[in-house]
Design a protein around this ligand. Sequence first.
Ligand SMILES: [Zn+2]
Length: 343
Amino acid sequence: MNEIVQDLERIRSQFLSDLDALQTSKELEDLRIAYLGKKGMLTSVLKGMGKLSKEERPAVGKLANEVRELLNDRLDEVKQRLLDQELEKQLQSEVIDVTIPGIRPPRGAAHPIEQTIDLICRVFVGMGYTIAEGPEVELVANNFDRLNIPASHPSRDEGDTFYITDQVCLRTQTSPVQIRVLEKQEPPIRIVCPGKVYRPDTPDATHSPIFHQIEGLVVDRGVSMSDLVGTLKLFARELFGENTEIRLRPHHFPFTEPSCEVDVTCWKCGGKGCSTCKGEGFVEVLGAGMVHPKVLSGTGIDPEEFSGFAFGIGVERTAMARFNIDDIRNLYENNMRFLMQFK
Ligand SMILES: [Zn+2]
């Protein structure tokens, strides 16, 4: 037995035991380099082949080839097995269990003002109304003149209206949407228009320079005051409960004739009288009336042929009533702890 044969035998048995200990494909690659790389164990033994005699060479060469083939074959075989195992492991560790509950992001909620607008609009949409919108920056003509509000009316003072120019202001009410709709649409008209309005009021418990109204307008042939009363009664019951009654008090608005303020049965005491209704049993919630003939004719609608009613609902006032909020400023301070109560 010459030295090379001994080396080859030793390499073969050491390789086989090294192979058994393999855990990963990375280790296998290291092993391949250690035996078969340029400076590998087998490679350096084979380099010594040149020193062999002619007689020794065929037998030792045969053994060397056998060992090299064995190494290559076993390495390929084990490599495939390790790769398969690793893939399987990866697939298991990365599996997504769709039955595990996800992480829920905190849920927001509609602001009490939005909730109130949605609720009121839903009641009217249920009666066949559509939602209309108008700009918050409005022509003075639409906000006042065309609503039959005379130049001398106190609401037109600089102290009561935000003017941008002589002819443009921030709307002080949602009523100018009536003008825009009457101008564009042929009767029958049945709309509600929710939106922001602006007045230079100093904020206190019941005033804010920005607040919300919902305007309602119906124009058709033969619309009468009794239609208005019936509509408002239905609205009041949807919003404040089945036993709610309404009470109309004569009032003056330039754009309606006749005009009234509308009270509903106090939601706190049910009409018996309490501090909320100041002992009256009723609380004022909106203004309404029959559309003034001048408003109709000013938009090209013949008041001899058509008539209509309009109403304006204060959203904040309604929200404060429904949610029992006693200071309007709470609605604008974005205090999450306050607002989340109304989720
Ligand atoms: Zn009351």
